[in-house]
Design a protein around this ligand. Structure first.
Ligand SMILES: Cc1cc2nc3c(=O)[nH]c(=O)nc-3n(C[C@H](O)[C@H](O)[C@H](O)COP(=O)(O)O)c2cc1C
Length: 168
């Protein structure tokens, strides 16, 4: 049986939406199922066991505000047996002290509820001061930096997709 995997991102952002569409295209069959992060419900999270989540960092190290409403609901959920992979846009030059913090913030919430985070990637190749997404020599997800390293995005996505297909 093939796994049903949801890809959760804001349908109203430009950059994150484009990246999510690249993930969907790169993934191929069976197709990932798009879910709008702005309209997340408990039922949506209950419906799937596997998730790819988009978490761009806003406001100097915070989750985008469209997460505000759903996070309290999410924090009450039991996410045991569910697997999450997180990618996030960030800017390692402009926000070096808070580089892709949102990936780390979301990962912490999901782990607190019993979820498993897959798709960790090496910090090598990025230059930054601090990140809540860092765990030792790895990030807990995949940072993408369209401001400073846009040319690396396609290869990073390709490698990550291959990795996720093994880890889900
Ligand atoms: C006001 C503002 C604050 C930001 N804060 C951070 C930050 O703290 N850390 C980071 O890595 N990137 C930060 N960024 C960069 C964004 O994450 C980056 O521009 C990303 O492409 C936004 O994706 P989106 O437009 O799809 O939401 C910030 C950008 C803006 C405009």
């Amino acid at each position: 049986m093939s796994k049903k995997i949801a890809i959760v991102y804001s349908f109203h952002t430009h950059k994150s939406k484009r990246i999510a569409e690249k993930v969907i295209e790169g993934w191929g069959e069976p197709k990932l199922e798009p879910v709008n992060a702005e309209e997340l419900t408990k039922e949506m999270i209950e419906k799937y066991d596997y998730f790819i989540m988009s978490a761009p960092t806003w406001f100097d190290g915070e989750l985008p505000n469209y997460w505000d409403e759903f996070v309290p609901d999410l924090e009450e959920m039991d996410l045991k047996n569910k697997k999450f992979a997180i990618f996030g846009l960030g800017d390692q030059k402009g926000y070096s002290e808070n580089f892709v913090d949102a990936i780390g913030i979301l990962a912490e919430i999901l782990e607190e509820c019993g979820g498993t985070i897959i798709g960790h990637t090496p910090v090598e190749g990025y230059t930054f001061e601090a990140s809540r997404a860092q765990r030792g020599d790895n990030f807990i997800g995949l940072p993408l930096d369209q401001e400073n390293q846009a040319r690396m995005t396609n290869n990073r996505l390709k490698a990550w997709i291959e990795q996720l297909k093994k880890e889900f």
